[in-house]
Ligand binder design. Sequence first.
Ligand code: ADP
Ligand code: MG
Length: 243
Amino acid sequence: MIQVKQLNVDYFGHKALTDVDLEIPMGFSEGIIGPNGAGKSTLMKAMLGIIPSQGQVHYMGKDIRENLRKIAYVPQKNELDLTFPITVEDTVLTGTYPKLQLFKRPGKNEREIVDLCLEQVSIQDLRKKQISNLSGGQLQRVFIARALAQQADVFFLDEPFVGIDLKSETIIVDILRKLRSEGKTILVVHHDLHEVESYFDRLLILNKKVVAEGTVKEVFTNKNIQEAYGGSLGNIQIKGLGD
Ligand code: ADP
Ligand code: MG
């Protein structure tokens, strides 16, 4: 499991996360929801040690920093420099780097992994294109392919479905289902409450602190959503919401 103990994140005196305690079991897909600014992206980055935090994060009983190779991370789109001059296939190839030994260059084996991953997200024909020329959905598929190339056990995805077309969403959802059926652990920051029930086994509701965490059935309730979002949702009907 992934265990988070008393995680606190502070941005120049502004508290983004307070006393986060979590025990995330392996082998499930888990959604992370909460209003804008709730600290969802901050939580992922702090768990991966990308930003400074206080507290501990353990993966299978050890400091998570000893095992980052096992975790693939796709950041939120607005955090990436999409003007960076790199082709689709080279982007996916960088996913194989964590597994390469020191001073080794990617070879035939890595090229084969790239081919397979491009195929899985149906972008073989775009392999020579610059990433700056892709649509939102194509781009997200490239980053999913890169994550697949890492051959990780755990996947952290920050809002993978934002700004993408339906075809891309379907492809990515199918891949996540397949990974889940292979026993991988998938954590997804998600913005759309309507799909929570169909996409995830478990749910973390966050608003600077943990509002609730557990199976979707346990925690996807009106009371918890109200607590996290307050009045900001208005009077909408949400599919699959308990009570
Ligand atoms: P979410 O992903 O849930 O929308 P974030 O984790 O991006 O929320 O941000 C949580 C809070 O921390 C917000 O108030 C945001 O403005 C602030 N924040 C995020 N990143 C930084 C940063 N690099 N410097 C200062 N404040 C930040
Ligand atoms: Mg975010």
